[in-house]
Ligand binder design. Sequence first.
Ligand SMILES: NC(=O)c1ccc[n+]([C@@H]2O[C@H](COP(=O)([O-])OP(=O)(O)OC[C@H]3O[C@@H](n4cnc5c(N)ncnc54)[C@H](OP(=O)(O)O)[C@@H]3O)[C@@H](O)[C@H]2O)c1
Length: 272
Amino acid sequence: MKKTIFITGASSGIGKATALYFFYKGWNVAATMRSPEKDEELSKLEGINVYKLDVTNLEEISAVTSKIYQDHGRIDVLLNNAGYAEVGAFEKSKDEEVRAQFDVNVFGAMNLTREIIPYFRKQGEGTIINVTSVGGKMTFPLYSIYSASKWALEGFAESLQYELQQFNIKIKNVEPGPIKTDFYSRSQNVFENEAVSGYENYEKNILGNMSKAGAKAPGPEIVAKTIFKAATDGRSTLRYPAGGKAKFILFFRKVMPGHFFNKLVSKTMERR
Ligand SMILES: NC(=O)c1ccc[n+]([C@@H]2O[C@H](COP(=O)([O-])OP(=O)(O)OC[C@H]3O[C@@H](n4cnc5c(N)ncnc54)[C@H](OP(=O)(O)O)[C@@H]3O)[C@@H](O)[C@H]2O)c1
């Protein structure tokens, strides 16, 4: 029987590249997205079914999971990929922006995970893969809210792995470094707050350096390949850095004393 992957945020970037990668590997793909009417590519491929899903909508989560299960007879992998970044000086942020970040990046993934567990228990197996980030193991300036969301997902998965092991359910985190997608443009909300000043030059410099890093980064196929490895290697490995820079960054994070590592980050990110 063909295996099935259920992907959130499959309209672009890593989610879309993963849908295509698994399709070409012979899997059934349930590609979910907020606006399926805009899709011009995935739904044309036999073997990829496109569904509407906003990960902040609990009713949609329940209905679409059930529909995907019915359509395919099973679900082997859930990929919690949908995500974006709230960025800028924390002092400028609003409560609703912080909550929106957690609604998508954290509560979306948690609600999908809670929904899929009974299906995986019934099947006697299943794998949940979260697209976290190197920003879930270290931090970048002006990404405090985004990092908090990805650190939350890292802790969530690390704890959850223990209780799910008895049901043969694996949970894994794929941690990309910088990847060239819409993440550095339409998937970032930069805080606007005229009442707060003093961060203009700092923000201009850091966000400029970030978007340059994004523009020079490799494409999302490299992450899709790592997701495929995480889905098929049969191991209980929790973390998979994705992309050469991710391995390098996380290696230094591991071996360097924290304050040296943080100095290295500020030096690199604050360069003019
Ligand atoms: N690119 C990087 O450098 C990088 C590095 C580390 C981690 N990541 C992570 O990789 C994941 C994918 O991002 P990407 O780089 O591929 O960027 P992307 O091309 O901008 O894709 C983001 C996806 O998330 C979807 N999304 C946002 N809010 C959603 C919601 N409420 N419900 C459902 N889908 C929603 C977007 O859908 P719409 O089309 O409807 O907006 C889009 O499909 C994110 O979790 C991101 O944090 C990216």
